[in-house]
Write a protein that binds this ligand. Structure first.
Ligand code: GLN
Length: 534
């Protein structure tokens, strides 16, 4: 991307409560600006102290998203990539921990030349470096995680305030998300929390330029005027962020309220540099209104307590439904619950399922249940898609039950096993982020395989795992009917396995869900749903 000296910066903050969907809102705002012909980049700042979200359980903040360049990021980057069709990198997911880490390391190296190292200017300067890194798009949207008023977030707001002041208020805009709760007994939407949240921002020296207010119904003109009055805003800049049953309807709802027009007016920019094309969102909205046939898919996992832990996966399944003109009904099947079941109970549990998917995961809990799910899909000729751990599981199951090696396992779960899945002793991982294989890796696909029919050629997909399928078992697997159809260019790392005699049984070591988009469904998911549909 060429450097654009006139890049405009939009800061997205949130107040009143957490979980307002700032990431989705930021992505939708970006998509609307794109639809007017402008280029958009997006970036997330998370004030917490973890260096990155890589080591956090999905039960904490939802899924860990992985960029092409192998950085473990907040899941909001997934929304940005999906909505905006752009590729983000390690500089687009920045935590408080990483900022402090860099400042403190610089201090140890003596880079501050004897001065006292302080929150302002040293920490705030470091944040500002990231805000403006890789400028080039017409707009850079910077989402600041957390809720205004959080202690951790103060320095990020301060950095944003300084930055906006330095580049001039015509070049920066603050969009604040809040909540207007509905009080049933009064039959009213309450605006006070919004007013107070805007005031907290003002105390930090930031005047919100636009509010997107999450509400169960559209704000009335009276309510908007009242909010505008108390919050120093034009009434046109008070937007209702009403609850939607599907996130892809949000851009159209924002557009109908003139959100993009108001943003461009703030920056004194042309309302549009093209004809403005929202057809891709209209297409999704039309699909959602149709009564399309339903395909039931069992996702056998273990992080279901938090709605967002399989975010990209659920999105990819939705996109694949869109591509196949069917509605994908996802059934969360708790892997552990399968472990104690009889064969009849397992059969009942999967009754009516047109496909079984075992997603990625870490640790021993639920493993044997996932193995039973893979076995059930294999033996009953139900379409199976295994992702990362779901591939390792499929191989272990096959070697145990088709090749007769009962002690087959992954060394992640058993130290004393036939190591079908193991840590490759001498594969150089130095440039791959510690011992995890992270980010995009090329994969060579054999002709005349299901993988080849799906992808049509060699691919690059994103990884996030530590263990590998042990290629030593390849001949044995092959003899019994499971083949390796994709591998790393050096031939040493199995990437895709499949069972040619099964209607659709494929499992991959990578995470295809990170490259699925609503505008172009991922081929692997589209093929899986197509097989399930049949
Ligand atoms: N736990 C497995 C590994 O580390 C699988 C990881 C995953 O599914 N992302 O290799």
């Amino acid at each position: 991307m060429a450097k654009n000296p006139n890049t405009k910066y939009i800061f997205v903050t949130g107040g009143v409560v957490s979980s307002l969907g700032k990431g989705v809102a930021a992505a939708c705002i970006g998509a609307l600006l794109q639809s007017r012909g402008y280029s958009v980049h997006a970036r997330k700042f998370d004030p917490y102290l973890n260096i990155d979200p890589g080591s956090m359980s999905p039960l904490q903040h939802g899924e860990v998203y992985v960029t092409n360049d192998g950085f473990e990021t907040d899941l909001d980057l997934g929304y940005y990539e999906r909505f905006l069709g752009i590729q983000l990198s390690r500089n687009d997911s920045v935590s408080g921990g990483r900022i402090y880490w860099e400042v403190l390391n610089a201090e140890r190296r003596g880079n501050y030349l004897g001065s006292t190292v302080q929150m302002i200017p040293h920490v705030s300067d470091k944040i500002k470096e990231y805000i403006k890194a890789d400028g080039g798009a017409d707009f850079i949207i910077c989402e600041i995680g957390g809720t205004v008023g959080d202690i951790e977030g103060l320095i990020f707001l301060e950095a944003a305030r300084q930055f906006a002041n330095e580049i001039g208020r015509r070049n920066a805009m603050f969009i604040h998300l809040t909540l207007a709760p509905f009080i049933e007994t009064a039959n009213e939407l309450k605006t006070k929390p919004t007013q107070q949240s805007v005031r907290i921002l003002l105390e930090k020296g930031i005047q919100a330029d636009m509010l997107v207010i999450r509400t169960p119904r559209m704000l009335s003109d009276d309510e908007r005027s009242k909010i505008a009055l108390f919050c120093n805003l034009s009434v046109n800049n008070v937007i209702s962020g009403i609850d939607m049953d599907n996130i892809y309807k949000i851009p159209l709802a924002y557009e109908a309220q003139g959100l993009a027009t108001q943003i461009l007016a703030h920056f004194a920019m042309e309302p549009s540099v093209n004809d403005g094309d929202l057809s891709k969102f209209q297409r999704i909205s039309d699909y959602l209104a149709l009564r399309t046939p339903i395909v039931d898919i069992a996702v056998v996992g273990k992080y279901f307590d938090v709605a967002d832990s399989y975010k990209s996966l659920n999105e990819a399944l939705f996109h694949a439904g869109l591509a196949n003109d069917v509605r994908v009904n996802i059934h969360n099947v708790d892997a552990e619950s399968l472990e104690k079941m009889t064969d009849t109970e397992i059969k009942e549990r999967f009754a009516g399922m047109s496909g079984i998917l075992v997603p990625g995961g870490f640790g021993e809990r639920g493993i044997e249940g996932k193995i039973r799910a893979a076995q059930f899909a294999r033996e009953n000729k139900i379409p199976y898609l295994g992702i990362c751990l779901g591939m390792q599981i499929a191989a272990i199951e096959f070697i145990r039950n088709s090749c007769g090696i009962q002690n087959a396992n992954s060394t992640e779960f058993s130290k004393d096993c036939d190591p079908v899945v193991y840590i490759m002793p001498d594969h150089d991982r130095d440039d791959m982020g510690g011992t995890l294989r992270l980010g995009a890796c090329p994969c060579v696909i054999n002709p005349d395989t299901l993988a080849h029919r799906i992808y049509g050629g060699n691919i690059s997909e994103r990884h996030r795992h530590r263990y590998e399928l042990n290629i030593k078992y390849e001949d044995l697997m092959k003899k019994q009917g499971m083949i390796i159809s994709g591998r790393s260019p050096d031939g040493r790392l199995p990437e895709i396995i499949e069972i040619p005699s099964h209607p659709f049984f494929i499992a991959v070591q990578f995470h295809p869900e990170f490259q699925s988009s609503p505008y172009t469904s991922h081929p692997l998911f589209a093929a899986f749903i197509n097989a399930a549909k049949k």
